[in-house]
Design a protein around this ligand. Sequence first.
Ligand code: AMP
Length: 592
Amino acid sequence: MERPTLISKAAATLPVAPNWTRYEQERQSFTWEAARQALQGLPGGGLNMGFEAVDRHAATPRADKTALRFVSRNAPALDVSYAELARQTNRFANVLQGLGVGRGDRLFVLSGRMPELYVAVLGALKNGTVVTPLFSAFGPEPIAARINLGEGQVLVTTDVLYQRKIKAMRAQMPTLRHVLLVAEEGASIYEPDTLDLATLMRGASDKFTSVATQPEDPALLHFTSGTTGTPKGALHVHGAVVAHHATGRYALDLQEHDRYWCTADPGWVTGMSYGILAPLLQGVTSLVDREEFDAERWYSLLEAERITVWYTAPTAIRMLMKAGTELARQHHFPDLRFVASVGEPLNPQAVWWGLETLGLPIHDNWWQTETGGIMIANTAAFDIKPGSMGRPLPGVEAFIVEHLEAVGEAPRVRVIDQPDVEGELALKAGWPSMFRGYLHNEARYRQCFAGELYLTGDLARRDADGYYWFVGRSDDVIKSAGHLIGPFEVESVLMEHPAVAEAGVIGKPDPIVGEVVKAFVSLKDGYVPEAALRQDILAHARKRLGAAVAPKEIAFLPVLPRTRSGKIMRRLLKARELGLPEGDTSTLEAGA
Ligand code: AMP
């Protein structure tokens, strides 16, 4: 059946009046200075993310409201009020102070979605300590690489993850001064060279005054993947909190009485900006499910927890679609009023599936680690064009640009004014959650800007109505289940296997997770390409990189295509894998 190209909101009776209804007027009257006034700020012009998210509410009638509700399979639900969260985060900030960890020092968190993670993140922010989340499905290699690049001084993790992923690598993380352990089973822990977080928390005061950080002080360091080299540490400042607050209102339509569920893991930027910060900034009640994806569980949670606003991802939606409509029909979602998705292209079928199955269309939105917050979105009051990422939010100026020949180092671009022309998506610099640098890589940061335009690395087009459509990435980075994976990081680990001579890694399209990591390897002399060796290399990669990053498939090739300057041509590997035209191969090394 041919479906319309627009889901019109004009006729819809929305159960709750949306936060904004006049697109152009709101964009014209909006200023980031005014948006900042909606927050409290600290005496002397200070601004602190942790204070705004937690303490600001603790002196209001919201104090006793549930801020975070933790659910899991095997334990009763745990409700943490804003006042209790303020006390807990105060204790954690005091624990850091007691260890001599202060403003500008770096703390890493590696755990599942447990209360201690949220307390550590918010307490560290109140203490002015810079926070980096790590995905708990990373293997030892990506973890150590990030802690070393970020010069982490403190790590908060669990006893189980410590045993599995840190202990053996500890000596190779020279900056790490303190490891604070949470017992996964609740028992107290003894591990040499670590501290028991529960003991420290018991001994710490629950009174603390947030450190008077300034808007430009660093707050968060998020690692993201590039095509070459090590992961990039994107640095965000406390002032980003203004964007987390404003976009929670504009893009997610969060309102006082919402029960909100963001399914993203805090190990990634969505889980931080919209799983931890934005809902707390809006003073809503936020659900945290400690379990992994399970279609039946998710439908049950949406229903039983009476979720009103749900922020999820295309991979999850496609997995729900795969689980079939029968399962969905066993549940009812009368409270659900707004559903949004981010991280990968959302196919129009998924938008329609939402309407047919949940009773609501899914609102795609776009942003990336570097932007720190949602930039382009389909929002509650406005028509959706299924397949489009929506329109720029207030405070965001988006452009489609084409590259001109560079003069010197800096990129040069031309803005394309006509609609429906493909080009690179660019944003006018100046929104508060824009990253302020790649750690120790000023040159790479400068490459992201052409004058006042930030170049996103994504290809897109804008239609005549101002809606943006994602076309693809302009680089070789892989998006699998919503997670960015740098091919170089995977190739480097593959190359450590004694049999591997060279490795090239691509994203192979997959109907559920978007792309799966596929590796091509050539073998050193004396090794035979056979199934047992393939298994051995896969196991090596999984052990070092973790299941989230390791290749799912490995193919042997006698030799990999390289440019004459020696770079592996991943583009060509991909074209050959997909049976697509090989494009320009003039730089291809002879014989490949
Ligand atoms: P990350 O920095 O890990 O959040 O990944 C950001 C990248 O994910 C973007 O640069 C896009 O390539 C992709 N992405 C994010 N949201 C969308 C979306 N709504 N549609 C298509 N791609 C998206």
